[in-house]
Write a protein that binds this ligand. Structure first.
Ligand SMILES: NC(=O)c1ccc[n+]([C@@H]2O[C@H](COP(=O)([O-])OP(=O)(O)OC[C@H]3O[C@@H](n4cnc5c(N)ncnc54)[C@H](O)[C@@H]3O)[C@@H](O)[C@H]2O)c1
Length: 240
């Protein structure tokens, strides 16, 4: 029960890493407030509170986070666009920056006042190895936005280090989640695409959402209290 009594707000908790994180955090005794664009994805989630929330709606996001007064904020929202800079569109770029970066900016801005009052807070953002850590083919927009997620995390960490507020992020490798399955199917050759995705990891397999969730728990709880401003890769050896 490493998170007993802690209020933890999780965005994009309907499936994949966000969902696994909400479950793992609740198992550690946290009062988890799980939110997702698709409220129906949250129906069978056994956590303290769960409701629909579009993180692209600034007013709703900020008012729900302000109301929740979380001790810990986990920002999971993200979208993956395929393609090089030659294929990238402004609309895709804007969506990725909004979902992968701006939503975190707004959620953190709303969470900080309560954390300052308590002199305590932990922020966990989900970035990616495809970012400032690694360039990967056909991920121009995604990698650009996730590099910004890492920078945003470090900036927040630097500004609030003396206020008891920590900010860290996680850089997963390829993780088997519903959206990854969708990307595999979208290629038109599922078997080959799966082989290619698996081959990115020297460990020779995909990661699981539960493996990432364990790191979310660690960064949320006091076991990591001497750690801030870090980006931890958990990636089957991609960045070793
Ligand atoms: N799966 C991977 O291989 C992988 C690797 C590295 C990083 N990540 C990152 O992990 C995070 C989660 O990805 P995933 O693959 O686990 O989950 P996913 O993509 O399978 O699910 C994403 C969830 O986000 C929700 N969502 C979408 N738009 C939203 C919005 N506007 N407001 C609120 N919720 C919204 C969806 O309803 C869904 O429940 C993302 O930031 C992603 O970039 C994933």
């Amino acid at each position: 029960m490493r998170l007993q009594g802690k209020r933890i707000f999780v965005t994009a908790a309907g499936q994949g890493i966000g969902r696994a994180s909400a479950i793992a955090l609740a198992r550690e005794g946290a009062h988890v407030i799980a939110t997702d664009l698709h409220e129906e994805f949250l129906e069978d989630l056994d956590v303290a509170e769960a409701f629909g929330l579009d993180v692209l709606n600034k007013d709703s996001l900020m008012s729900e986070v302000t109301k929740a007064r979380p001790d810990v904020l986990v920002n999971c929202s993200g979208v993956v666009h395929s393609g090089t800079i030659a294929q990238a569109t402004d609309a895709e770029f804007d969506l990725a920056m909004n979902l992968n970066v701006r939503a975190h900016f707004h959620a953190i801005q709303a969470a900080i006042p309560g954390m300052l009052d308590r002199g305590y807070g932990a922020i966990v953002n989900i970035a990616s190895v495809c970012s400032s850590l690694r360039g990967l083919p056909n991920r121009f927009i995604y990698g650009t936005s996730k590099g910004a997620t890492i920078a945003l995390t470090k900036q927040v960490a630097a500004d609030y280090i003396t206020n008891g507020i920590r900010a860290n992020c996680i850089a997963p490798g390829t993780v088997d989640t519903p959206s990854l399955q969708g990307r595999l199917h979208d290629t038109g050759n599922y078997e080959q695409a799966m082989k290619d995705f698996v081959a990115r990891q020297p460990m020779g397999r995909l990661g699981t959402a539960d493996e990432i969730a364990e790191l979310v728990v660690y960064l949320s709880c006091d076991e990591s209290k001497y750690m801030t401003g870090q980006c931890i890769a958990i990636d089957g050896g991609i960045t070793m």
